[in-house]
Design a protein around this ligand. Structure first.
Ligand code: APR
Length: 163
C-alpha cells in the first residue's frame, strides 16, 4: 500500500523514516536538519561512529527521540543536469533503503523527496523514480509513505499514483 502524506516526516510514528542526508551523516539543513533536531544530539554522536556514507548508499540508526523506531540515512545525488548518473544513483537510494528496511523487519516506512531540495533533482523525475521502486516493493511492506513537504510535491505523487 503506497500512501501520499503532506507534512513533517519527523512526526510520523512508523517503523522507519528515510533521511535525505549528506555523506558526512552529521546533519545539515532541510529534512536532515529537521530529523536531527527532532531525534536529538544522540543521533549525531551515533552517526559520527558510522564513518560517513557514499552517495547512493544507506546506513541505519535508531530514531532516538523520534516517534519512529529507525532512521535509514541515504545520500542522494546532487543534480548536475542528469548525465552524471544521477537517475541511477537516486534509484539506488530507494532500492538500498528498502533492502535495509527488510533486513530490520521494517513494515511501515516513509520517504522524503530525496535530492529534490538542496540537491536540486527535478521533482517530477525524482518522483517517477521513487514511485517505480515503491511499486516494486509494495507487497513486501504494510505501508509505504511518500511524505511530501509541499502541495506541489503532493500533487506530483498523487498524479503518478493515479496513472
Ligand atoms: N519533512 C518532510 N520533508 C521535508 C522536511 C520535513 N521536515 N523538510 C524538508 N523536506 C523536503 C524538502 O521540501 C524536499 O522536498 O525534503 C525534500 C529533500 O530536500 P532536502 O532536505 O534539501 O534534501 P536534499 O535535496 O536531498 O539535499 C540534501 O541538504 O539538508 C542538507 O544535509 C543535507 O547536505 C544534505 C542536502
Amino acid at each position: 500500500m503506497i500512501e501520499v502524506i503532506r507534512g513533517d516526516i519527523t512526526q510520523l510514528r512508523l517503523d522507519a523514516l528515510v533521511n535525505a542526508a549528506n555523506e558526512s551523516l552529521l546533519g545539515g539543513g532541510g529534512v536532515d536538519g529537521a530529523i536531527h533536531r527532532a531525534a536529538g544530539p544522540e543521533l549525531k554522536a551515533y552517526n559520527r561512529r558510522l564513518g560517513g556514507c557514499p552517495t547512493g548508499e544507506v546506513r541505519i540508526s535508531p530514531g532516538f527521540k523520534l516517534p519512529a523506531r529507525w532512521i535509514i540515512h541515504t545520500v542522494g545525488p546532487v543534480w548536475h543536469g542528469g548525465d552524471r548518473g544521477e537517475p541511477a544513483l537516486l534509484e539506488s537510494c530507494y532500492r538500498n533503503s528498502f533492502a535495509l528496511a527488510l533486513e530490520y523487519q521494517v513494515r511501515t516506512i516513509a520517504f522524503p523527496g530525496i535530492s529534490t531540495g538542496v540537491y536540486a533533482f527535478p521533482k517530477d523525475q525524482a518522483a517517477t523514480i521513487a514511485v517505480s521502486v515503491m511499486r516494486d516493493y509494495e507487497d513486501r511492506f504494510e505501508r509505504i509513505i511518500a511524505c511530501c513537504f509541499s502541495e506541489e510535491d503532493e500533487r506530483i505523487y498523487l498524479n503518478l499514483l493515479r496513472s
